[in-house]
Design a protein around this ligand. Structure first.
Ligand code: MG
Length: 273
């Protein structure tokens, strides 16, 4: 009986001690008086006293079918599903896209026929693209499986076979070409399919054509965050500084690098934001 009483008292004291420790640990998170506590202007009215005052039911959130397990979100615009190139044209002369349409639901760069672009123009988007570089590798550096995805036709997210193929890091796979080095190299082996999930916010320009807000890009390469809301400083040229020509909505462009890259694409869809 005595033993039982001892354990009861002992564990009660232990528990009380722990609770005190938790209290101590929690205290730094409690708001302190002073200029460091910034309340957002939206919340500057009288402090709510009931939970209902901070719960909202309107506007309703649209229901969108999910993009898991190879499915396409129900509100996405399908740009390429493997059946035809009808949503694409030559970027050079707006004639029909001349890339190869393959039996496996993909398309492949037709060397030196030029870039292809969407018929439709887009502003801010969430873009899903799958791409593959050839399993039998040829050449090195920027000349191995080089292609690219251009937002607004101007800003390139680099496509490159970087497996055992070093190049300048701000031009490697998933770079924002010559502007932002990716945070990770997340490629699958050459010959396997990569995914890019890109969130793009276009730059904004005033009536005089001056840039008033930079565009931004977020890129997930095979599900790995590699570009985290980075600022677009301008266009992504091979030679020269980024430029900021004013523009509105523009096409999505896929690059023909012109050196027999043999890069393929499949399952391309976009959600307008
Ligand atoms: Mg490229």
């Amino acid at each position: 009986m005595k033993k039982q009483l001892f354990y009861t008292v002992f564990f009660s004291m232990l528990l009380a001690g722990c609770q005190e420790k938790v209290k101590e640990a929690a205290s730094p998170l409690e708001p302190k008086e002073g200029p460091s506590v910034i309340v957002h202007e939206e919340y500057s009215g009288a402090e709510p006293t009931t939970p209902e005052e901070t719960e909202f039911y309107e506007p309703k959130v649209p229901v969108v079918g999910p993009a898991t397990e190879g499915r396409i979100p129900s509100d996405a615009i399908v740009l390429f599903d493997g059946r035809s190139l009808e949503n694409w044209i030559s970027a050079k002369d707006s004639t029909a896209a001349k890339w190869h349409l393959n039996d496996d639901g993909s398309m492949t760069v037709n060397d030196k026929t030029g870039d292809i672009q969407t018929k439709q123009n887009f502003g801010d988007v969430q873009l899903h693209v799958e791409w593959r570089s050839p399993e039998d590798v040829q050449r090195d550096g920027q000349n191995r499986g080089n292609s690219g995805v251009f937002l607004s036709g101007l800003y390139e997210v680099q496509v490159l076979d970087n497996n055992d193929n070093p190049t300048y890091v701000n031009g490697q796979v998933a770079s924002i070409y010559k502007q932002h080095t990716p945070m990770a190299m997340a490629s699958v082996p050459s010959g396997e399919w990569n995914t890019y999930d890109i969130i793009y916010h276009a730059p904004e320009f005033n009536e005089e054509g001056g840039k008033i807000k930079s565009g931004t890009l977020t890129v997930l390469h095979n599900g790995v965050l590699v570009q985290d809301h980075v600022e677009l400083k301008g266009t992504t040229p091979y030679i020269g500084w980024p430029k900021n020509p004013p523009h509105g909505k523009g096409p999505l462009v896929l690059q023909d690098h012109g050196d027999n890259s043999r890069v393929s694409y499949r399952n391309i869809w976009v959600r307008e934001l």
